[in-house]
Design a protein around this ligand. Structure first.
Ligand code: FAD
Length: 387
């Protein structure tokens, strides 16, 4: 293999480049990225950058020292065997890493609508979060909650419109999501409320009401950025389909990060996880696969969010598991666990309790059984509940 092309210069892209060089690949590497910036981290965009305590979040990687041909401002347009088609012509490859991430879903309507995906999005939005501005955030998910946090900190008058019965209900369920409702104190949180369109001067709701706003931010989710692959032969289904080695249906092509839907050996299902830890760690496996080694990507997915002064962390995949609380959700620190029908830990969510997160993630990895009665006592460490 002489030439590896990496498409997408986000975290998964740059980590792929680093993994290629650290595994001793000495051939040519081309990094193609739609954005004009050099690679940067996205989590600070809705935290430090939006709050104004940082102006950028560039990753500390020396592309020149790694002998990478970086092609900023170039978009991939299509894929044929051995050839990537781009806005700047065709690039032949021996190996290809697809790392094009995800793109925000926008609502219909002609009104100005901010989204938060890029550094430029974050800096533009930050400039508009000024005291007394009426800010409407659509979606009380991870991004929506963090934007609401920054807007409130800036002294804005914040409305949050959420289609579901509670914040975060689609990922945590309405019961646990409901525990975060008090965090929205001082804001106008409207649950079970659907937006029809973003119009001039505000947001039109499905029931006809109009919410006036100076700034509208849509945080209603993302979709994998794989439209450019539509005409190619690669398998697509909720992203680029891969096996447990992150190999796609095309020879010498792997996929990583937000755009990849990989087969999880651990959870016996296909997972596509739009979180930092996946973009950080999957490239090591994808590159090993590309270079002919037998690596398997089989993590316990992990993410965190910083909202309203709380550190929220989650590990696992808890579909179909039952909920068990550890501690009072109105207290400063609490967590919840999800147990399988054989009392194995499927997922853990912690609020200001990092120890539960660390122990919980290890227990999920090991698959040990827990004593549910002991687990209900937040004073007992999760690892001390193993039976
Ligand atoms: P991306 O970071 O999206 O990078 C993909 C790159 O590919 C982009 O630069 C894009 O422009 C480029 N691209 C797309 N299409 C093409 C094309 N056709 N041709 C060339 N280039 C293309 N996760 C957490 O776990 N915790 C957090 O607190 C957290 N906070 C976040 C806050 C924000 C505001 C955002 C946006 C995300 C956050 N995440 C968080 C998620 C995490 O940042 C993502 O999972 C991670 O960035 C995914 O990396 P990626 O490289 O797969 O995709």
């Amino acid at each position: 293999m002489n030439h590896v092309v990496v498409v997408g210069a986000g975290l998964a892209g740059i980590r792929s480049v680093e993994a290629l060089r650290s595994r001793g690949f000495s051939g040519r590497i081309t990094l193609v990225g739609e954005e004009r910036h050099r690679p940067y981290d996205r989590p600070p965009l809705s935290k430090a950058v939006l709050l104004g305590t940082a102006d950028s979040s560039f990753v500390d990687s020396d592309l020149e020292a790694m002998r990478v041909e970086h092609r900023p401002g170039v978009s991939a347009k299509g894929l044929r065997a051995g050839v990537l088609e781009t806005t700047e012509g065709e690039i032949a490859y021996d190996g290809l890493v697809i790392a094009t991430g995800a793109e925000p879903i926008r609502l219909p309507g002609e009104g100005r609508q901010h989204v938060l995906r890029t550094l430029d999005d974050s800096l533009e939005l930050r400039a508009r979060l000024v005291a007394d501005a009426r800010v409407t955030v659509i979606g009380a998910g991870w991004i929506g909650a963090e934007v609401a946090t920054a807007a409130r900190t800036a002294g804005c008058r914040v409305t949050v419109v959420e289609a579901g019965p509670a914040p975060l209900a689609h990922v945590l369920g309405p019961e646990v999501g409901g525990d975060t409702v008090p965090w929205y104190e001082g804001m106008d949180l409207r649950l079970d409320t659907m937006v029809a369109a973003v119009e001039e001067g505000g947001v039109r709701l499905v029931d006809g009401d109009f919410v006036e706003a100076d700034v509208v931010v849509s945080g209603i989710g993302v979709r994998p950025a794989v439209e450019w692959l539509a005409g190619s032969d690669i398998d697509l289904h909720n992203g680029v389909v891969t096996d447990e080695h992150l190999r796609t249906s095309l020879p010498n092509v792997v996929a990583v990060g937000d755009c990849a839907a990989w087969w999880s050996r651990r959870f016996h299902t296909r997972l596509r996880v739009e979180h930092w830890d996946t973009a950080l760690n999957a490239p090591e496996v994808a590159v090993a696969t590309l270079l002919g080694d037998e690596a398997v990507y089989d993590p316990v997915p992990y993410f965190w969010s910083e909202q309203f002064g709380h550190m929220v962390q989650y590990a696992g995949h808890h579909a179909g598991a039952r909920l068990l609380r550890r501690g009072d959700p109105s207290a400063a620190k609490w967590s919840v666990c999800w147990l399988t029908d054989t009392d194995r830990l499927a997922g853990v969510l912690t609020v200001n309790r990092p120890r539960d997160l660390v122990q919980g993630r290890r227990i999920i990895e090991s698959g040990q059984r827990l004593d549910p009665l002991r687990l209900e006592d937040p004073e007992v460490g999760i690892r001390d509940c193993v039976v």
